[in-house]
Design a binder for this molecule. Structure first.
Ligand SMILES: Nc1ncnc2c1ncn2[C@@H]1O[C@H](COP(=O)(O)OP(=O)(O)OP(=O)(O)O)[C@@H](O)[C@H]1O
Length: 376
């Protein structure tokens, strides 16, 4: 295989001229987060936020220039809206009339029109975080809230599949993306923006810019709740999210054995460190429900999560069994809350959604970043 070096990529990018300033993007210092690995290249290009999608031709030209290097297998270039103003100064999105971060620290820019943002997180992968996020979002919608779902799991976006949505988001004004929609909720996912076979190679700064774009450069409209399906784990992406957005709170998804192994505590501690209230814990795959006879088996010493949650000072929001229909419905793009709304499982998700809503809509008082929420 032909090896591609960073120097080669930089050389190629020196041929890309920013038309606005008449110089190459490398010389202008617009490039950041360059990663070259096994022929796969990824980088971000910082542009003034005012330019937004007008800088798309620059991104496109940069991609083309790198693609032309022999040995390059894929190129992922992302535009970063570089925000020079320190947080708290007159950034355009700040304080859109709905609530501010009132914490002792810096103000966090609200997303215009979005009343509350709830993160769904887990200490590790594979515990059913995305399944919970999608059913929670649909449960909130079924309970009457206006809901958006942001798939922040940029390494393995699953929402296009889970919600049965194909295609690419449009941008009628050429500046902001329109979210996709299904089952009455608005959805944005990196899966809509990047070809399925493109490997995702991200480094810290790129993760941040991708998340910021999906959060702020999307026309979410008026939402009561934006549910964010976080990437698994407790790394950069979670911290960025937690630090740069006034989260109303976080829901931690955990399996019984994961609780026992303390993985859930990592998630909990991370949010506590950045001063985001943890709304509670959902125990997923809590017990096994035989799809044929309905017989229930507690395969993982069920009940431990509730006890642990209490010990950790967290609310236990509910338990979801391991059930074939939960997996099958998500795999088919028809999550159980919409495809089998009268099932016990759908009801369990709706109860969790109702409790989450109760907690965030009642989140007033002198505490930190709790957004002011008007229940309509
Ligand atoms: N309660 C459940 N019953 C049956 N299957 C489930 C349940 N919850 C999740 N699954 C299945 O487990 C698998 C992993 O779930 P999911 O993708 O939601 O996990 P995740 O924590 O988001 O994973 P990742 O960390 O890989 O993103 C999926 O196939 C999903 O359909």
């Amino acid at each position: 295989m032909v090896q591609v070096s960073e120097a080669q990529v930089l050389d190629a990018l020196k041929s890309v001229i920013d038309p606005e300033r008449g110089r190459d993007i490398v010389g202008l210092g617009m490039l950041s987060g360059l990663v070259v690995r096994d022929g796969h290249v990824a980088f971000s290009i910082e542009v003034d936020p005012k330019r937004g999608a007008q800088a798309e031709p620059v991104r496109h030209a940069a991609e083309k220039a790198v693609e032309a290097i022999p040995g390059v297998l894929s190129v992922t270039a992302v535009l970063t809206a570089h925000r020079a103003a320190p947080a708290g100064q007159a950034a355009p999105q700040q304080g859109h009339g709905h609530g501010h971060a009132h914490g002792a620290g810096e103000q966090k820019a609200m997303v215009p029109g979005v009343k509350a943002i709830v993160a769904v997180a887990s200490g590790k992968g594979g515990v059913g975080k995305s399944t919970t996020a999608v059913n929670l979002a649909l449960g909130l919608a079924a309970n009457g809230q206006r809901v958006g779902l942001l798939d922040a799991d940029i390494y393995g976006p699953s929402m296009p599949r889970m919600l049965g949505i194909a295609g690419r988001p449009g941008s009628p004004d050429g500046r902001r993306l329109e979210p996709m929609e299904n089952y009455g909720i608005k959805v944005m996912s990196m899966g809509f923006l990047v070809a399925e076979d493109t490997p995702m190679i991200w480094r810290g700064p790129m993760v941040m810019s991708a998340l910021q774009q999906m959060l702020r450069d999307v026309n979410w409209g008026e939402l009561d709740v934006l549910v964010v399906d976080m990437p698994p784990g407790t790394g950069d992406a979670q911290l960025t999210m937690a630090q740069s957005v006034p989260l109303a709170g976080a829901v931690i998804v955990s399996t019984p054995q994961d609780i026992a192994l303390l993985d859930a505590r990592k998630g909990l501690n991370m949010f506590r460190r950045v001063d985001v209230p943890v709304l509670g814990i959902v125990e997923n795959m809590s017990y096994f429900c035989c799809p044929n006879c309905g017989h229930r088996t507690d395969i993982f010493s069920h009940g431990g999560a509730k006890r642990e949650a209490e010990q950790l000072g967290m609310e236990f929001l509910g338990e979801i069994p391991l059930h074939l229909s939960i997996r099958e419905t998500s795999d088919q793009g028809q999550p159980i809350v919409v495809s089998q709304p009268d099932s016990e499982h759908a009801k369990a998700y709706r109860r969790i959604a109702a409790r989450v809503w109760e907690k965030i809509s009642g989140a007033t008082g002198p505490s930190r970043a709790a957004p002011r929420i008007v229940v309509q």
